[in-house]
Ligand binder design. Structure first.
Ligand SMILES: Cc1cc2nc3c(=O)[nH]c(=O)nc-3n(C[C@H](O)[C@H](O)[C@H](O)COP(=O)(O)OP(=O)(O)OC[C@H]3O[C@@H](n4cnc5c(N)ncnc54)[C@H](O)[C@@H]3O)c2cc1C
Length: 450
């Protein structure tokens, strides 16, 4: 690659997907500008993955630092793209880059849609995760959990929430509420090690007794499934609290029950049966309702993309090209598509959780980013050169200055990292020190004092 065929690419979002696109594009010799809402890079690798996973987080962080040190990579944190934000989508398109890739994750929250969901003590898992990872705006907000917490969901995020509740909040009881049965649980057996020392085995056995007939009706053998579930409770992390963790299977929350102060006092639950659906099963409500007492409810049922950003949106997702392209049929999967106009949004691409909300682990997001980079390369081969990096960056800084935005570059990040490291030994509940507000971080970067 020579300087003459180096394009300028803007990547919006510095999570695992964005960093993968950036890495490939930078390696190919292009000039890469990364715009990121958070001051820090990493996305959910910084603010989602459980804090105790030091090896995974540390490895990713090192990789991302190496990338940001490249001379053809220009990072600007604290820059949000969206309507009414630092830059609109149209602003970004007008900067003169050859392509723009949106890797902004799934920042929208799925409506819970259960009566009473605005009660005190009802939370979205993402907010709780952002809280214990100290994302600015969430780190210092109170998340009162009471004694008994119901976590709705059966995936890895449910386990992460339970982990935090048992290890750090040390609540009395955590119950995972699962619409279908134990066979349909979605969490990774390795993840359950974080909480298996706290499992209420007697309670789990009773729960299997409660649902065994409904399991048998679809050919599932409760005894075998129970053994399989309990066999996964090996290599448990040491127990640090008396929290009891259990499950409520084949049950759906229908209504949040509140007290006179609009605080959660329980759930109205409906029991479900399983019906076969091809190879899989579906939950069907039995119209048998009962009260399930609890003090807080966390919905860990996945996220959707942020429809306010200004990209074409439909049904929880940004719209991608439904038509196969001449190049490679898969290219369409990454192209933003304007259904009203009936054509692709020229030069705009999507990858990672922005393309498929809440799908997969870091490795999946990274692969999606790598794949998207290939698609963008094919697109660039058909394009004449856009503006030079300096021109694009000057224009960008001018707009940000006129809007009184406060972008943070790599030098600023280095200062911040040094200051946070200096707090070693002063870790908060998550095991490492992080400033919990943008104001503190910016203050430190500008003046050297937090
Ligand atoms: C609770 C939880 C725990 C997880 N634990 C693990 C785990 O242990 N191991 C594992 O491998 N995977 C884990 N994952 C999955 C992993 O975090 C994701 O696969 C991955 O982070 C998705 O990457 P992404 O780049 O698509 O999105 P994200 O990581 O969400 O990154 C999005 C980036 O875009 C930026 N952004 C958002 N909106 C805007 C905007 N409007 N303008 C500018 N920038 C914006 C954000 O600041 C962020 O930096 C976990 C996920 C969750 C939710």
């Amino acid at each position: 690659m020579t300087a003459t065929n180096a394009h300028v690419i803007i990547i919006v979002g510095a999570g695992p997907a964005g960093m993968a696109v950036a890495g490939t594009m930078a390696k190919a010799g292009h000039e890469v500008i990364i715009l990121n809402r958070d001051i820090k890079f990493g996305g959910l690798a910084e603010y989602g993955i459980f804090p105790a996973k030091l090896k995974l987080r540390g490895g990713l962080k090192k990789q991302y630092w190496d990338l940001l040190e490249q001379p053809n990579v220009h990072y600007l944190g604290n820059v949000t793209v969206g309507n009414g934000k630092d830059l609109t989508v149209e602003d970004v398109r007008g900067l003169g880059a050859s392509a723009v890739v949106f890797t902004i994750g799934a920042q929208g929250t799925k409506a819970i849609g259960v009566e009473g969901d605005s009660a005190k003590g009802v939370y979205h898992a993402k907010d709780v995760v952002y809280h214990f990872n100290r994302l600015p705006g969430f780190g210092d907000r109170p998340f009162d959990m009471g004694k008994h917490v119901a976590v709705i969901g059966a995936g890895d995020v449910m386990v992460d929430i339970a982990h935090w509740l048992t290890r750090y909040k040390k609540v009395e009881r955590v119950t995972a509420i699962v619409r279908r049965g134990p066979v349909e649980r979605k969490y990774n057996p390795k993840e359950i090690r974080a909480v298996c020392a706290n499992m209420d085995l007697d309670g789990i056995k009773k729960e299997f007794d409660r649902i065994k007939d409904r399991m048998a009706a679809v050919g599932q053998k409760a005894d075998e499934v129970l053994k399989g579930l309990i066999d996964e409770f090996t290599k448990c992390e040491p127990k640090v609290s008396e929290t009891k963790m259990g499950f409520k299977f084949l049950a759906s929350p229908k209504r949040i029950l509140v007290d006179a102060n609009n605080c959660v006092r329980g759930l109205e639950m409906e029991d479900n049966r399983l019906d076969p659906k091809g190879e899989d099963t579906v939950a069907v409500g039995l119209k048998q309702h009962y009260e399930f007492p609890c003090d807080a409810v966390v919905f860990a049922v996945g996220d959707k993309v942020d429809e306010t950003v200004g990209l074409p949106y439909k049904g929880g997702l940004f719209v991608t090209n439904p038509n196969k392209t001449g190049n490679d049929p898969d290219d369409a999967l990454f192209q933003a598509y304007d259904e009203a106009a009936g054509k692709v949004v020229e030069g705009i691409f999507l990858a990672g959780w922005a393309r498929k909300a809440s799908e997969g682990l870091v490795g999946v997001a990274k692969r999606d980013g790598d794949w998207c980079a290939e698609v963008v390369e094919r697109y660039l081969a058909t394009k004449s050169m856009g503006d030079q990096a300096k021109v694009v960056l000057d224009k960008l800084h001018q707009i940000l200055k006129s809007r009184k935005s406060q972008p943070v570059d790599v030098k600023g990040l280095r200062k911040l990292e040094a200051a946070e490291k200096a707090h070693t030994g002063e870790s908060d509940c998550i095991g490492e020190f992080k400033y919990a507000s943008n104001r503190d971080m910016i203050g430190l970067i500008e003046t050297g004092r937090a």
